[in-house]
Ligand binder design. Structure first.
Ligand SMILES: Nc1ncnc2c1ncn2[C@@H]1O[C@H](COP(=O)(O)OP(=O)(O)O)[C@@H](O)[C@H]1O
Ligand SMILES: [Mg+2]
Length: 274
């Protein structure tokens, strides 16, 4: 199980994120980025964060520490923003917290260098969990002191939205052409050789044990939280051995650079207009 803390103060929302994560203080004096059960896809997003975060950490990738945060919506009563009020009201109970990385900046492929070895590990890991949210448009990586940190694993394991089709879905290829680290020559073979054998049944049992039980209750087709835990582990175990053979990276450098330039021009135009 994740360590449990209780939120004591809502500080602010992190507006750059689509799901409106918040910055909160907790009773252990920690500051956490909080993701709410009441947001968008709700608790499945949080389950995905736990499975991927705990798995990545065990494979030696850098991810912020995770906690379960108890929320009494009363702490949001003074919050002037209606949207945030609603979110807090609908998120009583356990939510997800991750260590806030102060002074971290967003990854930018033009400003930061990543070795083929590290890029390979991240792309391989993203293929394993079927992460569709680490593109050059939206890298979901932070950099601090030259180190790369992985965040935002909510849009992974698409099969958990349709369990009966999970096996077929998990057998599909992974297209990494738009991956934020595709331009760094990711050494996927080396990553697969090193990390693949480490994804064992025991390791995955440990990972899924960390999911708070209240996010696993009442899933149609499963008679217990533990049965659902096993369902999370199974496709990952199956993929670990061979997913590297199904990773596709098409060279889209040209389109990517054009896209970026257009984005920049757009930014200049907007700045000039305001
Ligand atoms: N652990 C963290 N430490 C510091 N900043 C973070 C952390 N997690 C998220 N952020 C900031 O909040 C933003 C939104 O978080 P993210 O997990 O990407 O949420 P969303 O699902 O809404 O995209 C990130 O782009 C980043 O700027
Ligand atoms: Mg994000």
């Amino acid at each position: 199980m994740l360590r449990e803390v209780t939120a004591t103060r809502y500080i602010t929302s992190l507006r750059e994120g689509g799901s409106l994560p918040g910055l909160v203080e907790a009773d252990d004096l920690g500051t956490y980025v909080m993701k709410f059960t009441g947001a968008g896809q709700g608790r499945k997003t949080l389950v995905a964060e736990v499975v991927c975060g705990e798995l990545a950490r065990r494979l030696g990738l850098r991810v912020p520490g995770l906690v379960a945060i108890g929320l009494d919506p009363v702490i949001g009563l003074g919050e002037p923003d209606q949207e945030v009020q609603e979110l807090l009201k609908s998120s009583g109970g356990l939510n997800l917290g991750m260590d806030f990385l102060s002074r971290a900046i967003g990854f930018d492929s033009l400003a930061h260098r990543v070795s083929p070895e590290e890029a390979g590990k991240v792309v391989w890991f993203d293929a394993l969990v079927n992460n569709v949210d680490r593109s050059w448009r939206n890298p979901n990586m932070l950099v601090r002191g030259g180190d790369l940190w992985l965040i935002d694993h909510g849009a992974t394991m698409i099969w958990h939205h349709n369990w009966p089709g999970a096996r077929a879905s998990a057998a599909k290829p992974y297209d990494a052409s738009d991956h934020a680290l595709a331009p760094f020559g990711p050494d996927i073979r080396a990553a697969a050789e090193e990390l693949g054998p480490r994804v064992t049944e025991e390791l995955l049992a440990d990972v899924v044990a960390a999911i708070p039980e209240e996010w696993l209750r009442d899933e149609p087709g499963f008679d217990s939280p533990d049965a659902l835990r096993r369902a999370y582990a199974e496709p990952l175990l199956a993929r670990a051995a061979t997913v590297h053979e199904r990773i596709r990276i098409q060279d889209r450098n040209q389109g990517r650079d054009q896209g970026r330039d257009q984005g920049r021009d757009q930014g200049r135009i907007q700045k000039g207009a305001s």
